[in-house]
Design a binder for this molecule. Structure first.
Ligand code: NAI
Ligand code: MG
Length: 366
């Protein structure tokens, strides 16, 4: 079967780092005989400039029809003062919503060669490889009632509501348990059931699902505040962490900095498997469009390349190819090549395309 990819480079450094993925895709076709049917569309400021909207309905439809979406990043200071609907960032928000992408996977992995880039001591982060699964379409960011109300005495109050249903908790927990089986076989479920009803239900539902379907996976529970502390104290105790939208937002940002390098971190966002067995999925680096370095040819392409590796692993079950790409990245780093964002003394500083070429050269050797 042909593998249909929709590529959405977006703005700023998005197209620059996506060019480097194109080299890897070409290598996959040449060396491994894996061909993708690729279509490419404008999103974000690039779409606004041509079509007047951050994302066209046709592009959303194409995303639905694709087996996987590879996304760059959107955001352009040119549109900073435009109305809310005319912000480039609407493109990614709409895609997440329209495709029902409820499980955001954020790995925090420290490559051996980059241990020194971490904000923590080398002995704490060496070998770190954790996966945070954040529920991404529910919880307090979306619950109603919400709003700012004026009370009879003239004072005002802001309201948000955290709601999680049994099925919302189950589907994201399933993603975490399934992932754990492909990794270290351990899941830590994180909430604040000591003070929140939604957290109480979360723990109950995860515990029941575990007993019913995933008893082979080791499950633990942790309160979110403790989890933040433990991530800094001893992050290697974790394999897969599953949590709600708000705590996941904070904990995944915290975990990303353990690795010390925004330009290295990929992500995946998965939706529900449909009746035909297809699952919508979008892969993107966690960094944005980096307008401060756009056009200079110095962006780190590794997060985008690693996002493509995640795509192979989770959308096409091409574990061997995904691991090969990750190994090539590790080897390039071990050989001393660095883009500016991960540069350290004694290493060789290179630009975006030299880094991309180096990954393909390593792939050739593997
Ligand atoms: P950013 O991630 O674009 O940049 C933060 C800092 O990290 C900058 O100094 C940048 O130069 C550096 N950086 C980021 N990626 C890099 C890479 N691959 N190589 C080397 N250096 C890198 O975040 P910022 O500046 O807050 O946002 C810029 C724009 O991107 C905004 O419009 C924002 O809304 C958008 N954004 C879009 C995202 C998306 O498309 N999903 C995610 C985050 C931000
Ligand atoms: Mg965030």
């Amino acid at each position: 079967a042909t593998k249909k990819l929709l590529v959405l480079p977006g703005d700023g450094i998005g197209p620059e780092v996506m060019n480097e993925v194109a080299r890897v895709v070409a290598w996959m076709a040449d060396a491994r005989g894996v061909a993708f049917e690729i279509s490419e569309e404008l999103v974000g400021g690039a779409s606004l400039a041509v079509h007047g909207v951050p994302i066209r309905d046709e592009v959303i439809a194409a995303a639905r029809a694709a087996d996987a979406v590879l996304f760059g990043s959107v955001g352009d200071p040119k549109w900073a003062s435009a109305g809310f609907d005319l912000r480039p960032e609407i493109a990614i928000l709409k895609l997440r919503q329209e495709l029902g992408l409820f499980a955001n996977l954020r790995p925090a992995k420290v490559f051996d060669a980059l241990v020194e880039a971490s904000t923590l001591k080398p002995e704490v982060v060496a070998g770190l490889d954790i996966m945070i699964v954040r529920e991404s379409v529910g919880g307090i960011y979306f619950g109603t009632p919400r709003g700012i109300e004026t009370l009879p005495d003239g004072s005002r109050r802001g309201i948000n509501t955290e709601i999680y249903t049994t099925s919302e908790i189950e589907r994201v927990a399933r993603v975490a348990f399934d992932l754990a089986r492909q990794r270290g076989n351990r899941v830590c479920s994180v909430e604040k059931c000591n003070v929140m009803e939604s957290g109480l239900l979360w723990r109950e539902v995860v515990t029941a699902l575990h007993a019913r379907e995933y008893a082979d996976v080791e499950l633990s529970h942790m309160l979110a505040d403790n989890c933040a502390m433990q991530l800094v104290r001893n992050p290697r105790q974790f394999d897969v962490i599953v949590t709600g939208n708000l705590f996941g937002d904070l904990l995944s940002d915290l975990a990303s900095m353990l690795t010390g390098s925004l330009g290295m971190l990929p992500s995946a966002t998965l939706g529900a498997v449909d009746d035909a067995g297809r699952r919508p999925a979008l892969y993107e680096p966690i960094h944005g469009s980096a307008p401060d370095i756009a056009g200079k040819g110095i962006a780190n392409p590794l997060a985008q390349i690693l996002s493509f590796a995640m795509l192979l692993r989770y959308s096409f079950a091409m574990e061997a190819d995904a691991a090969l790409i990750e190994q090539a990245v590790a080897n390039v780093l071990a050989s001393g090549l660095r883009t500016a964002d991960i540069m350290s003394p004694g290493m060789a500083q290179v630009g975006t395309s030299v880094m991309g070429e180096a990954v393909v050269r390593e792939l050739d050797k593997l």
